[in-house]
Design a protein around this ligand. Structure first.
Ligand code: CA
Length: 225
């Protein structure tokens, strides 16, 4: 099991490194938020122990960036300030647990073991537009209760439209966000993908959800007529 410790106080990080190593963990230490985030994004860690007050980037910002990048690595927050605000903020940002400094090692180890037993936090997020449902964790789409067989790219396209439902999205924005490339005004790939998506999402159903916005692009929304 690999544990990444992001902590700027040398005494604390040395104490964590020693204690965790003695208990069979592989430990990596970063002393500031930027290095910590870099390490958190690049290496397969089983758990991250994250201090709040850090140079360069605070623990909240590291956690927010990590979750925004879609990483569900469990995070144990270390906070020196035991205010309710800190705990709530940490948990809202997607921390799995927190511990107030100073803590004793046995207590930390108990928390670490509990988190690892639980596995990564995977909050089911379901996006809904009319009778269309997207489960973004299981990558599953259904319409009126029937499963839609989508490719990964089709799912990504539909998810992007669903996250911004009722908002007309330009072809350029969709291409950049879903394909991560600039199509240089040749939107053939996008148009073909939309046509395929419509054949699965809309064609079998009376109510259409994907609409063309003339001169702009597309919008996913429920319309009354
Ligand atoms: Ca600190």
């Amino acid at each position: 099991m690999r544990v990444l410790v992001i902590e700027d106080e040398l005494k604390t990080s040395a104490y964590l490194r020693q204690g965790l190593s003695e208990n069979g963990f592989t430990v990596e230490v970063c002393a500031n938020g930027e290095d910590g985030l870099h390490q958190a994004l690049s290496v397969g860690n089983d758990l991250i122990i994250l201090d709040v007050m850090l140079p360069k980037r605070d623990g909240w910002s590291v956690l927010a960036a990590l979750r925004k990048a879609g990483r569900q690595t469990p995070v144990l927050f270390l906070t020196a300030r035991d205010t309710v605000y800190d705990k709530v903020k940490g948990l809202e940002l997607g921390a799995d647990d927190y511990l107030i400094k100073p803590f004793d090692f046995a207590e930390l180890l108990a928390h670490v073991r509990t988190i690892l037993r639980r596995g990564p936090a995977r909050q089911a997020e379901v996006l809904q537009v009319a009778d269309l449902q997207l489960d973004t964790v299981r990558r599953k789409a259904t319409r009126a209760g029937s499963r839609l067989e989508l490719t990964a790219k089709e799912f990504a396209l539909l998810e992007f439209l669903a996250r911004r439902q009722s908002e007309p999205l330009s072809r350029t924005i969709i291409a950049e966000q879903v394909w991560d490339v600039n199509f240089d005004s040749d939107f053939n790939v996008l148009e073909v993908a939309i046509r395929r998506l419509r054949s699965k999402v809309d064609d079998p159903f009376q109510k259409k959800l994907i609409h063309t916005v003339r001169g702009v692009g597309y919008v996913l929304e429920e319309r009354s007529e």
